[in-house]
Design a protein around this ligand. Structure first.
Ligand code: HXC
Length: 260
């Protein structure tokens, strides 16, 4: 689909890169010639991801830690620049979520998700800014959100609110950092098969078939669908795209709106 050198010479950091959509993006970026840094809380998951990517001949570094800690995030950026000499692409993928009716959601449950999804994204953008500004390719920030940020997310109000914050943050940064040649975009996946999100929110709650019916295409998406969008936005193919929210959801949000 893309040429193998689409991201040649670039350095990308992907948070939550040890599994799921984050790992798929990291692998695809590596296959397109980028050098990769993945971060995450579980060293075991990171080790597995590194082994997989090295078998695909990707030059990859794993940095363990929690996106909720700003000093840790700063150390990831320093570690990336120290190891690879640059940072060109930041993918804010790390996320926490669970299904919980809001009347039963504890303040700490709310705070945990806001801290990971919204504050963690801000921490990464803020810490990465000086390095992205130096990028020879022009910096690129991509944050993974959801159209449920815009419609509201019944049963996951914490995650919907956090992702809405990430959308607003991204648009502000697109304007503020455009003059520094940093592009800032978001991707809104729909339900993607073989992910923790779909397992927790739809499979474990017995709502998979209903959710598929809610998309125009009638099926879950694949992790590769999101990785391909992330390649496009990070590369020169998307060089005039900034402040954009790329919706890759099988038409779910449109059907949701049309049905209401
Ligand atoms: C109600 C819950 C809960 C649940 C946790 N809490 N799970 N409340 N229902 N199912 C509450 C806890 O009781 C606690 O509040 C608070 O949340 C923090 O919980 P901890 O387990 O101590 O937090 P922590 O270990 O930091 O874990 C963070 C987490 C966890 C977000 C709660 O789920 C996590 O680590 N998730 C990472 C992986 C993940 O969620 N992936 C899915 C992302 S999918 P109290 O008051 O008891 O102290 C996604 C998009 C999906 O984002 C899109 C699908 C279409």
């Amino acid at each position: 689909m893309f040429a193998g050198d689409t991201l040649k010479g670039r350095v990308a950091l992907i948070t939550g890169g040890g599994g799921g959509i984050g790992l798929e993006i990291a692998r695809k970026y590596g296959q397109m010639g980028a050098k990769i840094v993945i971060t995450g809380r579980s060293q075991e998951r990171l080790d597995g991801a590194v082994a997989q990517m090295r078998a695909e001949s990707t030059d990859v570094l794993a940095l363990q830690g929690d996106v909720r800690d700003y000093a840790t995030v700063e150390s990831w950026i320093a570690g990336t620049v120290g190891h690879f000499g640059a940072l060109d692409i930041l993918v804010n993928n790390a996320a926490g979520n669970f299904f919980c009716p809001t009347a039963q959601l504890s303040p700490n449950g709310w705070k945990s998700v806001i801290d990971i999804d919204l504050n963690g994204t801000f921490y990464c953008c803020r810490a990465a800014y000086p390095a992205l500004k130096q990028s020879a390719f022009g910096g690129s920030i991509i944050s993974i959100i959801t159209m449920l940020a815009i419609t509201g997310w019944p049963g996951a109000a914490h995650a919907g609110a956090a992702k809405a914050g990430v959308l607003s943050l991204s648009r502000a940064l697109a304007v503020e950092w455009g003059p520094d040649n940093i592009r800032v975009n978001t991707i809104s996946p729909g339900p993607i098969e073989d992910t923790v999100g779909v397992a927790r929110l739809y499979e474990e709650t017995g709502r998979s078939e209903l959710e598929k019916k809610k998309t125009i295409l009638g099926r879950f998406g694949k992790k590769a669908d999101i990785a391909n969008a992330a390649v496009y936005l990070a590369s020169d193919l998307g060089s005039y795209m900034t402040g954009e929210n790329m919706v890759v959801d099988g038409g779910r949000w449109l059907k949701y709106v049309a049905a209401s």
